[in-house]
Design a protein around this ligand. Structure first.
Ligand SMILES: *[C@@H]1O[C@H](CO)[C@@H](O)[C@H](O)[C@H]1NC(C)=O
Ligand SMILES: *[C@@H]1O[C@H](CO)[C@@H](O)[C@H](O)[C@H]1NC(C)=O
Ligand SMILES: *[C@@H]1O[C@H](CO)[C@@H](O)[C@H](O)[C@H]1NC(C)=O
Ligand SMILES: *[C@@H]1O[C@H](CO)[C@@H](O)[C@H](O)[C@H]1NC(C)=O
Ligand SMILES: *[C@@H]1O[C@H](CO)[C@@H](O)[C@H](O)[C@H]1NC(C)=O
Ligand SMILES: *[C@@H]1O[C@H](CO)[C@@H](O)[C@H](O)[C@H]1NC(C)=O
Ligand SMILES: *[C@@H]1O[C@H](CO)[C@@H](O)[C@H](O)[C@H]1NC(C)=O
Ligand SMILES: *[C@@H]1O[C@H](CO)[C@@H](O)[C@H](O)[C@H]1NC(C)=O
Ligand SMILES: *[C@@H]1O[C@H](CO)[C@@H](O)[C@H](O)[C@H]1NC(C)=O
Length: 881
C-alpha cells in the first residue's frame, strides 16, 4: 500500500510539530499570564488573556511568528494599564517588540527588564516611570528603537548606550535626565535618524562636537533642555537634517556659517529663546523646502538680506525680539506661502509695499514696535486669510484703507500708537473681529455704528484720537470687556447700558460727553422729557394691546388645534417607554390651563396627576414641522435611551400631525431658573456646586458616554430641574432632532431672553458643536456664582450676566464684586475658581473653551465628598405601545 506508507512520515511530522507547538504554547501562555497577573487593568482589555482561549496568538495585543507560533510582539499601548511590568516576558524567546506606551506604569526600569535581550523595539513612552536608567540598558544590543519619552526618569544618560550601535530612534524627551551628553555615546550611534533629548531641563550640557558623526540624523530635537555654550561647527556635517530644534536653551555665540548649504531636506529650523548673536543665517534658505525658521528672542543684529526671497517655501518666519535693524526686505511681503510673519520688537525700517496681498496667504502679521513708515497698504485688506494684524508702535501714517477690515477671518487688529489719520473705516465682512485697537493716532470722524453689529467684538480701544460725534447706541449690543474712548472729542450722552459697571476713566478727556459718573451729567429739558415719557407710555399701551391680541389669538389657535385632534378624531398615536398610570385619553383631557405650569420656547408645559397621585410633566411642541411618525418615533426613542441620574427621564410621547407631546418625569421643585428668579434667592454654595457638578455630568453623559451623541443646544437654567436634595436633572435636550433643525431654530430665536445663553458663533456656523453647549453651561455657572438670572428683562438698564461679569473682572477687585454677596466668604476661593472656569467656558473663541470633561473634572475637584459613580444606560427600552 504505497499511499499509506507515503503518508506516515507526513503524519508523524504533523504530530511532532503540533506537539512542539503545544509544549511551547503552554509555556508562552504561562509567561504571558504571569505578565498579566501583575498588571492592573481597569478597562479589562486583557480579559481574553485567559486559559479559556487556548490560542494565545489571538489575545489582545499579541502577535506571533507565522512559522513558529511564538510571540514576537506585545503591543498594549494606550490601554490604561498600570501595576508592574513583569520581566517574565523577557523569557519569551522571540519577543522583539514591546510597546506599553501611554499607560500608567509607575515603577523604575528594573535590571530584569534589561534581560529582554532580543528586543528590537522598546516603547515605554508616556508612563510614570521613575528612577535612573541602569547601565545594563547597554545589553539590549539589538535595539533599533528606544522610546522612553514622557516619563520621570532621572540621573545620567548611561555611557553604555554607546553599545547600542543599531539604534535608529532614541527618544528621551520630557524626562529629568541630568549630567552631560557624552561624546563617546554620540560617536557610536552612527545609525541614528532621530535623537530627541528635548525637555530635560536638568541636562546641563554642551552640545558635543561629535554630533557631526551622527551623519544620518534627520530629526535633532533638543529644545527646552539645559544646553549652553556655542553651536558646534560639526552641525554642518548633518546633511540629512530635516528638523533642527535647539530652542529654549542657553546657547551663545553665532550660528555656524553655511548651515543649510547642501541641506536639501531642511524643513524646520528653530534657534529661538537662546542668547545667540551675530547675523541672520541666510544659508538655511538654500534647501528650497524650508517651511519654518524661528530665531526669536535672541540678540541677533544686522539686517535681513534681501536674498531671503530665496526661501520661497517659507510658511513661518519668526525673528521678533532681537536687535535686527535696517530695511525690512520688501520681498517678504509677497512670499507666496508665508502665513506667519513675526518681527516685532526690532529696529526695522521700511514700508509695506502696495503690491502686498496679490498671492498672499498671510494669516498673522506682527511688526509692532519697529520703525516702519509709510501708509497701511490697501493690499493688506485684500488678504482673505488675515487673522491677526498687529503693527502698533511704528510710524505708519495716512488714512486707513476702507477695505482694511475685509478679511472674513480677521480677529485681532492693533494699529495703536502710529500717526494714522482720517476716519475709522466701516467694518463690512469681519464678523470674527474680537479686538480692535487704534489708540494713540490722529483718527477723526465718528465711531462707525456698524461696529455694534460685530457679534464677537470684545475689546475696543480708540482712545487718544480726534474722534467726534456721539457714541452710537448700537454699541450696547456688544459684550465688551474693554471699551476705551478716552481723550477724543466725543459729545452727547453716553448710552446707559454701555457704562454701567465701567470706570469713568474709559470716557475721560471728552469734555462734551455727558452721563452718569462724568463731570458733566446730562441735563435734559423737562418738556422733552415729558413728551418722551408720554410717547413711551403710549408705545407701551399699544404694544400691550397687540401682545394681548396675539396671546388671545394664539390661545384660540391652540384650543382649535387641540380640539381638532382630540382623541375622538383618532389621530393620536402614543408610545410609552414606561408603564404610565394614565391613559392616552386621560392625558389629552388634562391638557388644560389649570394644569399648565409654564411656557418654554417650544410650547406649554403641563403637570398632570396620574392615578397613583404622582405627577408627570407633559411638554407640548407646537412648532413641530411635518415630520412623519416614524421619524419622530426613531428620534424620540434615541432620546429616551438617555438614562443618567442628571438627565430627566423621557417616559413617552404622543403624536399627531403638527403636535408632539413629550412626557417627562415631573420635578416638584421646578427649575434652577425659577429658583434664581424668586426674589431673595438664596442657596448654599454647597448646593450650587452640586447643581453645577450634576448638570455638567449630565451634559458629559449626553456628549460622550451616550450611544449616539446628543448635543443639548438649549442649555440654560430653565432647563435644569431640581430634584430631591437639589440633585439637578437636565431636560429639553436634543429637541432639534425631534422637531427638525429649522423649526427648532426659529422657536429658540423667538424666545425672550434666551439669547444670552447662545455663543457668539451661533447662527454663523452651520453645524452645531459641543463647544456651543459648553458656552451655554458657562453662562449657567455665572448665574450660580452671581446669584442672578442671566437676564432681567424687566429692568432696562441691567446687563446680561456675561456682559456684567466680563466688564467687572477687568477691574481691580472686580472678580470679588461679581460673587453673590449672600454666600459666606469661606466659599470665596472656590467661587473664584468656578468663576475662572465659567469665563473660560464663555470664551469668545470656541477653541479656547474647555471640553465638558475638563469642566466636570474642575468642578468635581472642588467638591468635598466624592459622588457615587455615574450611572450608565442599560440598553434596551421597555416599550409599551
Ligand atoms: C483608567 O484607569 C483609572 C484608574 O487606574 C480609572 O480611574 C479611569 O477611569 C480609567 N479610564 C478608562 C478610560 O478606562
Ligand atoms: C473560564 O471558564 C470557566 C469555566 O467555563 C469559567 O468559570 C471562567 O469564568 C472562565 N474564565 C474567564 C476568564 O472567562
Ligand atoms: C480570534 O478571535 C476572534 C474574535 O476575537 C475570533 O473571531 C477568531 O475566530 C479567533 N481566531 C482564532 C484562530 O482563534
Ligand atoms: C511609542 O508609542 C507611542 C504610542 O503608541 C507612539 O506615539 C510613538 O510614536 C511610539 N514611539 C516610536 C519611536 O515609535
Ligand atoms: C562603541 O562601539 C565599540 C564597538 O563598535 C565598542 O567597543 C565601544 O565600547 C563602544 N563605545 C561605548 C561608549 O559603548
Ligand atoms: C540659562 O542659564 C541661567 C543662568 O545662567 C539659568 O538660570 C537658566 O535656567 C538657564 N536656562 C536654561 C533654559 O537652561
Ligand atoms: C526710528 O527712526 C527715527 C528717525 O529715523 C530715529 O530717531 C529713532 O531712533 C528710530 N527708532 C528706533 C526705535 O529705531
Ligand atoms: C496693542 O498694542 C499696544 C502697544 O504695543 C499694546 O500695549 C496693547 O496691549 C495692544 N492691545 C491689544 C489688545 O493687544
Ligand atoms: C484708556 O486710554 C487711556 C488713553 O490712552 C489710557 O491712559 C488708559 O490707561 C486706558 N485705560 C485702559 C483701562 O486701558
Amino acid at each position: 500500500m504505497p499511499s499509506s506508507s507515503a503518508h506516515l512520515p507526513l503524519f508523524l511530522s504533523l504530530l511532532l510539530s503540533s506537539f512542539g507547538t503545544i509544549l511551547s504554547s503552554s509555556s508562552e501562555s504561562d509567561l504571558l499570564l504571569t505578565f498579566k497577573a501583575s498588571v492592573e487593568d481597569p478597562a479589562l482589555v486583557l480579559s481574553d488573556w485567559s486559559p479559556n482561549f487556548t490560542n494565545y496568538c489571538n489575545w489582545t495585543g499579541i502577535t506571533c511568528s507565522k512559522t513558529t507560533s511564538l510571540v514576537t510582539s506585545i503591543d498594549l499601548n494606550n490601554r490604561n494599564l498600570s501595576g508592574y511590568i513583569s520581566p517574565s516576558i523577557c523569557q519569551l524567546p522571540e519577543l522583539s517588540t514591546l510597546n506599553l506606551a501611554s499607560n500608567n506604569f509607575n515603577q523604575a526600569i528594573t535590571l530584569q527588564l534589561t534581560e529582554c535581550s532580543r528586543l528590537v523595539i522598546l516603547n515605554l513612552s508616556n508612563n510614570l516611570l521613575w528612577g535612573t536608567l541602569p547601565e545594563q540598558i547597554g545589553l539590549l544590543s539589538s535595539l533599533v528603537t528606544l522610546d522612553l519619552s514622557r516619563n520621570h526618569i532621572e540621573g545620567q544618560i548611561p555611557l553604555s548606550l554607546g553599545s547600542l550601535v543599531r539604534l535608529k530612534v532614541l527618544n528621551f524627551g520630557s524626562n529629568f535626565f541630568s549630567g552631560i551628553i557624552h561624546s563617546n555615546v554620540l560617536k557610536n550611534l552612527s545609525e541614528l535618524v532621530l535623537l530627541d533629548l528635548s525637555r530635560n531641563p536638568s541636562l546641563i550640557s554642551q552640545l558635543p562636537q561629535e554630533i557631526g558623526r551622527v551623519s544620518k540624523l534627520r530629526w535633532l530635537l533638543m529644545q527646552r533642555s539645559g544646553l549652553y555654550g556655542t553651536i558646534p561647527e560639526s552641525l554642518l556635517d548633518l546633511h540629512e537634517l530635516e528638523i533642527l530644534d535647539l530652542s529654549q536653551n542657553n546657547l551663545t555665540g553665532i550660528i555656524p556659517l553655511g548651515l543649510g548649504l547642501g541641506f536639501l531636506k531642511l524643513a524646520s529650523v528653530d534657534f529661538s529663546q537662546n542668547m545667540l548673536s551675530g547675523s541672520f543665517p541666510i544659508d538655511v534658505c538654500y534647501g528650497k523646502v524650508l517651511l519654518e525658521l524661528s530665531l526669536h528672542e535672541n540678540s541677533f543684529t544686522g539686517s535681513i538680506p534681501k536674498i531671503i526671497e530665496k526661501c520661497s517655501s517659507l510658511e513661518r518666519l519668526q525673528v521678533q525680539d532681537n536687535k535686527f535693524s535696517g530695511e525690512f526686505p520688501s520681498g517678504l511681503w509677497s512670499m507666496p506661502q508665508l502665513k506667519l510673519l513675526r518681527a516685532e520688537n526690532n529696529l526695522f525700517t521700511g514700508e509695506i509695499p502696495d503690491e502686498v496681498g496679490v498671492p498672499s496667504q498671510l494669516e498673522q502679521v506682527q511688526i509692532d514696535n519697529n520703525n516702519f513708515t509709510g501708509g497701511i497698504a490697501r493690499g493688506l485688506g485684500s488678504i482673505r486669510t488675515m487673522y491677526k494684524f498687529s503693527a502698533s508702535l511704528n510710524r505708519f501714517s495716512g488714512n486707513l484703507p476702507d477695505n482694511i477690515f475685509d478679511s472674513p477671518v480677521l480677529s485681532i487688529v492693533n494699529m495703536s500708537h502710529n500717526s494714522l489719520t482720517g476716519p475709522i473705516p466701516e467694518p463690512r465682512n469681519c464678523r470674527k473681529l474680537v479686538s480692535l485697537s487704534l489708540a494713540g493716532n490722529s483718527l477723526s470722524g465718528g465711531i462707525p455704528p456698524s461696529l455694534g453689529h460685530l457679534p464677537v467684538l470684545t475689546y475696543l480701544d480708540i482712545s487718544n484720537n480726534k474722534i467726534t460725534g456721539e457714541i452710537p447706541p448700537e454699541l450696547q449690543n456688544l459684550k465688551l470687556a474693554l471699551f476705551n474712548v478716552s481723550f477724543n472729542q466725543l459729545s452727547g450722552s453716553v448710552p446707559a447700558s454701555l457704562v454701567s459697571g465701567l470706570p469713568a476713566s474709559f470716557l475721560q478727556g471728552n469734555p462734551d460727553l455727558c452721563g452718569p459718573g462724568l463731570l458733566n451729567p446730562c441735563t435734559v429739558r423737562p418738556e422733552r422729557q415729558n413728551s418722551k415719557n408720554n410717547g413711551l407710555i403710549w408705545t407701551v399701551i399699544v404694544i400691550s394691546i397687540i401682545v394681548g391680541l396675539m396671546l388671545i389669538a394664539s390661545g384660540l389657535l391652540a384650543v382649535y388645534r387641540l380640539s381638532q385632534s382630540r382623541p375622538g378624531s383618532g389621530k393620536w398615536k402614543s408610545v410609552f417607554f414606561y408603564p404610565l398610570k394614565i391613559t392616552e385619553d386621560e392625558l389629552l383631557m388634562a391638557l388644560v390651563e389649570r394644569n399648565s405650569i409654564g411656557e418654554g420656547a417650544f410650547g406649554k408645559v403641563y403637570a398632570i396627576p396620574a392615578s397613583d397621585g404622582e405627577f408627570i410633566a407633559v411638554k407640548r411642541l407646537l412648532n413641530s414641522g411635518n415630520l412623519s411618525f416614524r421619524t419622530v418615533k426613531a428620534e424620540i426613542k434615541t432620546l429616551a435611551k438617555a438614562r443618567h441620574r442628571n438627565v430627566t427621564k423621557l417616559l413617552g410621547f404622543c403624536y399627531s400631525r403638527g403636535t408632539i407631546l413629550l412626557i417627562f418625569e415631573y420635578q416638584q421643585k421646578g427649575s434652577l431658573g425659577d429658583a434664581l428668579r424668586k426674589p431673595g434667592f438664596s442657596m448654599d454654595w454647597r448646593f450650587r456646586l452640586k447643581v453645577a457638578v450634576g448638570s455638567a455630568q449630565g451634559l458629559l453623559y449626553l456628549h460622550n458616554d451616550y450611544v449616539s451623541q446628543i448635543l443639548h443646544l438649549d442649555m440654560k437654567s430653565n432647563n435644569i430641574l431640581l430634584g430631591d436634595d437639589f440633585e439637578p436633572k437636565i431636560t429639553d435636550f436634543g429637541l432639534a432632532r425631534v422637531i427638525g433643525e429649522a423649526a427648532y431654530k426659529s422657536s429658540v430665536a423667538s424666545e425672550l431672553g434666551g439669547y444670552c445663553y447662545f455663543p457668539p458663533e451661533y447662527g454663523c456656523i452651520k453645524k452645531p458643536t459641543e463647544q456651543m453647549d459648553v458656552y451655554s453651561f458657562g453662562v449657567v455657572l455665572l448665574e450660580l456664582i452671581t446669584g442672578r438670572p442671566a437676564e432681567q428683562p424687566e429692568s432696562r438698564e441691567s446687563l446680561d450676566v456675561v456682559k456684567l461679569v466680563r466688564r467687572k473682572v477687568n477691574m481691580t477687585n472686580g472678580a470679588l464684586e461679581v460673587l453673590d454677596p449672600k454666600i459666606s466668604s469661606s466659599a470665596q476661593q472656590d467661587m473664584l475658581e468656578v468663576l475662572d472656569l465659567a469665563l473660560r467656558c464663555t470664551s469668545v473663541l470656541p477653541e479656547k473653551r474647555p471640553t465638558i470633561i475638563e469642566v466636570v473634572r474642575s468642578l468635581q475637584s472642588l467638591q468635598p465628598i466624592a459622588l457615587p459613580p455615574i450611572l450608565t444606560g442599560d440598553g434596551e427600552l421597555p416599550c409599551v405601545e
